[in-house]
Design a protein. Structure first.
Length: 164
């Protein structure tokens, strides 16, 4: 359940963090919005690190963020239903089904993230694309180091004790 919640948070971070990275979005810092995996602004900030966007590029990112938010709203019920199925499978001890459903959900989110990255990359100059590609490679390298935790700073292994 926690992995799915983190995956959902990743999708939100990508959708909202991209534009916030360059448009003076929510305040960053302790307790401020815009914090997520990889630090303030989430993965989007990591992808745009070292890149200065033009006003036109910033406007495009605002549009992209709005589209992503609308798509997430449209898929919210479906995603909640999948999360409920995962929870039910885990509670009944059916870890095979839970893992399968989590893998399917993760694949969908990875696909969405890749589409968003491609859409952002398409508006960048050649110089910006070089930095973007470097940032993307670094992000994927970090994720590969933690295959079970998707690069969230915790090595694979038993989950932490439940807070319930």
């Amino acid at each position: 359940m926690r992995k799915i919640a983190l995956l959902v948070a990743l999708a939100v971070a990508v959708g909202t963090g991209v534009a916030n990275a360059q448009t003076g979005g929510p305040p960053m810092g302790r307790g401020g919005r815009g914090r997520g995996p990889g630090g303030p602004g989430g993965p989007a900030m990591m992808l745009l690190r070292g890149i200065t966007l033009t006003e036109a590029q910033k406007a495009y990112l605002d549009t992209l963020r709005g589209q992503d938010r609308a798509a997430m709203e449209q898929n919210r019920e479906q995603n909640q239903a999948v999360m409920e199925k995962i929870r039910a499978a885990r509670e009944s001890g059916d870890t095979t089904t839970a893992k399968r459903l989590m893998g399917e959900q993760r694949a969908k989110m990875d696909e969405q993230r890749d589409k968003q990255a491609a859409a952002i990359r398409a508006i960048l100059t050649n110089e910006q694309q070089a930095q973007f590609d470097k940032n993307l490679a670094e992000m994927k390298e970090r994720e590969a180091q933690f295959p079970g935790g998707r690069g969230r700073g915790r090595p694979p292994g038993p989950p932490p004790p439940s807070q319930d």
